[in-house]
Design a protein around this ligand. Structure first.
Ligand code: WQD
Length: 338
């Protein structure tokens, strides 16, 4: 069984990816510093997969720890999730973001070269497109100046990996540009655990429906879209997790160096108001919401041209928006009883 180092493996996307790795016969080795995750998620991953996982509590910037992991475990590939990801916080604490996100990546890359582990799947984001010149947006679209230090770290991290690929023709990597991940595992054993007041839409909706928040504010209904609210490409986290397995298998089957960027989205755009309606339908709950001002930095509309993922990796999203919202709601309800 091939060991795969999963940094940030107890986070939202990381935990779902660990489950899918095990479903596909890989053995995840998790490195997570618990800065935005909970240790009990490890037990949940093990419960779903009915298998134990190796876990290292620590930071990607800890070179000694990386040496220990690469020496103890025979690592065949790396999926690098670990990063700070709150857009608003990144504006207030830019150095934290540059240090953690850039430092974490360069440290992982140094270790991977030192230990001759040349397969890397990296978590990037559609944020690199900013406001795209045309929609759906494909991978050849222009990279825009980011609206936040968080966004800048994703652009720079992509560039670091691309530069390494130029310098080392044996290095193999796939940069996955995620659109908007939502939902939770179908078992309701793992899901998103936002710290404090959620800034992302779906956790805010489920917490409002559960009574933890009074009301959701829709940030703007005067955009140039069909109902005036922003358009996003919402993708189920399980679909997204499965894309990582396809990307990893693609790299493991390649004999020469490669560096590809791939959109991971559904190819469909939905407005914020459409999402709220769909949530009300599947949950049977009336959501308390009002229309507010636009949020600064928000892109009017973005959704993926999802053809490259299908052609290159043989992956496409299959889970519906309704199912994703139902899974998110079931997960929220499971948190109420625990
Ligand atoms: C979606 C839509 C909001 C909350 C961000 C990052 C991105 C990625 C995912 C990281 C927008 C609207 C939201 C609310 C609202 N990265 N909204 N009321 O901004 O598309 O993407 O998260 O982890 O890089 O930029 O996602 O979920 O915050 O917002 O009306 O209370 O919902 O205006 O149109 P976003 P989001």
């Amino acid at each position: 069984m091939k060991n795969i180092l999963v940094t940030g493996g107890l986070g939202f996307i990381g935990s779902h990816t660990c489950v899918e790795l095990m479903n596909s016969g890989f053995n995840p080795v998790i490195l997570d510093n618990l800065s935005n995750s909970e240790i009990w998620i490890k037990d949940r991953i093990e419960k779903i997969a009915n298998q134990t996982v190796s876990f290292y509590n620590g930071d990607c910037r800890d070179e000694q720890l990386l040496d220990t992991i690469f020496s103890n475990e025979s690592i065949h590939g790396i999926i690098h999730f670990a990063a700070s990801k709150a857009v608003g916080e990144s504006v207030l604490e830019p150095l934290k973001y540059y240090n953690n996100n850039l430092g974490g990546l360069t440290s992982i890359l140094e270790a991977s070269k030192k230990h001759n582990c040349l397969n890397l799947v990296f978590s990037s984001s559609c944020t690199v497109y900013g406001t795209p010149d045309s929609l759906p947006v494909d991978e050849s679209a222009k990279i825009k100046t980011a609206e936040s230090p968080y966004g800048t770290t994703k652009i720079v991290c992509e560039r670091i990996i691309q530069d390494l690929s130029i310098a080392d023709s044996t290095f193999k990597s796939i940069l996955l540009r995620y659109f908007n991940p939502i939902g939770a595992h179908e078992t309701s054993l793992i899901g998103e655990l936002p710290l404090g007041v959620p800034s992302n839409l779906v956790p805010f909706i489920t917490q409002t429906a559960a009574g933890h928040r009074n009301s959701l504010t829709v940030f703007g209904d005067d955009y140039n879209t069909k109902d005036g609210s922003c358009v996003r490409d919402f993708i189920h986290v399980t679909d997204l997790a499965k894309a990582h397995i396809k990307a990893l298998e693609f790299l493991l089957n390649k004999n020469e160096g490669i560096c590809e960027t791939v959109n991971i989205g559904t190819g469909n755009g939905n407005t914020v108001l459409e999402l709220i309606n769909a949530f009300e339908k599947v949950s049977g709950k009336k959501l308390n919401y009002s229309i507010g001002d636009r949020r600064s930095g928000d892109v009017e509309a973005v959704y993926a041209d999802a053809s490259k993922s299908k052609e290159l990796l043989g992956w496409e999203a299959v889970i519906s928006l309704e199912q994703a919202l139902l899974d998110a709601w079931n997960w929220q309800q499971s948190l109420e009883v625990n």
